[in-house]
Design a protein around this ligand. Structure first.
Ligand SMILES: [Zn+2]
Length: 147
């Protein structure tokens, strides 16, 4: 592998941040999201991926109008885990503000058109207990709206 020389050879992101950047690409499924979907599927829920909706939810339940987003702690500014990068702080600050504003608008737009929006922090899927709690949350929401 060639060293990254764009910043004098220094890696400006920590390995953890780098990993989260990679996982950010929409359409590329992150492991925690896959685990969550697997639980939903096992419980008999049938979701749809890649629905053409505002913000491109990670998965949706069309009939019940439930949209699920798994938000990465770095990109969406998790209050527990977001750490501002040490370099290019202005750039990252703007980036985060833009992302947050977009998240809010997307949520508002979806609610306005009758969707129930479930946003889950990526860190909420990182241990089994919390993961199954989130799956239950989705299950209940879908069940409630299924009629
Ligand atoms: Zn977090």
């Amino acid at each position: 592998m060639k060293p990254d020389r764009r910043h004098n050879g220094k890696d400006v992101l920590s390995p953890e941040q780098r990993r989260r950047c990679m996982a950010h690409n929409k359409g590329q499924n992150t492991k925690p999201e896959l685990a969550l979907r697997r639980l939903c599927w096992a419980a008999g829920l049938r979701y749809r991926l890649h629905a053409k909706l505002p913000g491109r939810p990670d998965f949706v339940f069309v009939r019940e109008k439930v949209a699920v987003f798994v938000d990465g702690c770095f990109w969406h500014g998790c209050p527990l885990h977001y750490v501002a990068p040490a370099t290019r702080s202005e750039f990252w600050k703007n980036k985060l503000e833009t992302n947050r504003a977009r998240d809010l608008k997307v949520t508002t737009d979806l609610i306005a058109s009758g969707w129930l929006v479930i946003r889950i922090w990526e860190h909420e899927l990182k241990n089994e207990t919390s993961l199954s709690r989130q799956a239950d949350r989705i299950l209940e929401a879908v069940k409630l709206r299924h009629q």
